[in-house]
Design a protein around this ligand. Structure first.
Ligand code: NAP
Length: 292
């Protein structure tokens, strides 16, 4: 078994991003600028946004964080997004999900200008992605592609099974793995909560990508010998063993699956770190006007 080491790859790619950010500063006199919006005080969201902001600093981007209480109305939030859309000093906008129930995540996603949609969730970017046109790719699937690329993993002709069909991970991941690109060119199967006998499909996977949010869902008996296993799951549990007071678990039973896999991502230290790289690369591409 070999580790798909998100810490190693993300550090390497961040160094390259930092070099490009410095070049942009010399050429244009300004740094790429990411604006993040955080609503409420969800523990996971606080941590994810903090590490995105910290990563911006590390690669020489400007960042701004707008924080709102859960009581903010949908109208107020949409107005703020509109304002940032118009700001020529902003290259990328992200609104951390999930949002409180009274705010429609779909409306918020669609309000962000596709040209600044560095999380890659806007229907315009998803549609362009499907048609293989230049677009901001959803940050997590993008990070996974970058990881596969960095390790030189051949995906063409392989059977890729994606478990989970969310708009932000499973669904775009399945499209990207089926596209006529490298990485890509897989035969793709998507499984979800209505799929009977997921094991029947997962056992045939050369590449297994799991994004469902259920701790240790994929067990060793569900995985083919030599499979490449990508674990997107981030399941937080409170813990007295860690300084932060919580522990992260993946959707894959790493300890028992790893000996069967040819390559596997750990949690933490895998896909989560690559998601941030996807976000930074999208912000850089926006600052360079590479997509629009
Ligand atoms: P989501 O929106 O809740 O979607 C979960 C998907 O999993 C749905 O398609 C659901 O099926 C499917 N599912 C749920 N239970 C299942 C089961 N027992 N068997 C088969 N399929 C099942 O989740 P998400 O946003 O994609 O996130 C998934 C996980 O990835 C979470 O742990 C999340 O925290 C993590 N995540 C990590 C990153 C990262 O950077 N590492 C980024 C995003 C998300 P239905 O469609 O039928 O309901």
């Amino acid at each position: 078994m070999q580790l798909l080491d998100g810490k190693f790859v993300s550090e390497k790619l961040k160094q390259q991003i930092a070099i490009e950010a410095a070049e942009i500063l010399v050429k244009t006199g300004r740094k790429p600028h990411l604006v993040a919006i955080l609503v409420g005080h969800d523990g996971g969201s606080e941590t994810y946004v903090a590490s995105k902001i910290k990563s911006c600093e590390k690669v020489g981007f400007n960042s701004t964080l707008y924080r709102y209480e859960s009581s903010i109305t949908e109208v107020e939030l949409l107005k703020k997004i509109d304002e940032i859309n118009q700001d020529p000093e902003t290259d990328g906008i992200l609104v951390q999900l999930p949002l409180p129930k009274h705010i429609s995540a779909d409306k918020v996603t669609e309000k962000i200008s596709p040209e600044k949609d560095v999380d890659g969730f806007h229907p315009v970017n998803l549609g362009r992605m499907q048609r293989n046109l230049p677009s901001f790719l959803p940050a997590t699937p993008y990070g996974i592609l970058l990881m596969l690329q960095e390790y030189g993993i051949e995906t063409s002709g392989k059977h890729c099974v994606v478990i989970g069909r969310s708009n932000i991970v499973g669904s775009p991941m399945s499209i990207l793995m089926a596209r006529n690109t490298n990485p890509g060119n897989c035969t793709v199967t998507i499984c979800h909560s209505k799929t009977p006998d997921i094991k029947k499909f997962s056992l045939d996977a050369d590449i297994l990508i799991v994004a469902i949010g259920k701790k240790n869902f994929v067990t060793a008996d569900m995985v083919k010998d030599g499979a490449i296993v990508i674990d997107v799951g981030m399941n937080r549990e409170t813990s007295t063993e860690t300084k932060s007071g919580y522990k992260l678990f993946g959707d894959v039973d790493f300890e028992n699956v790893a000996p069967k896999a040819s390559w596997i991502t750990p949690v933490p230290g895998g896909v989560g770190l690559m998601t941030i790289v996807g976000l930074l690369k999208n912000t850089l591409a926006s600052a360079k006007k590479e997509i629009y």
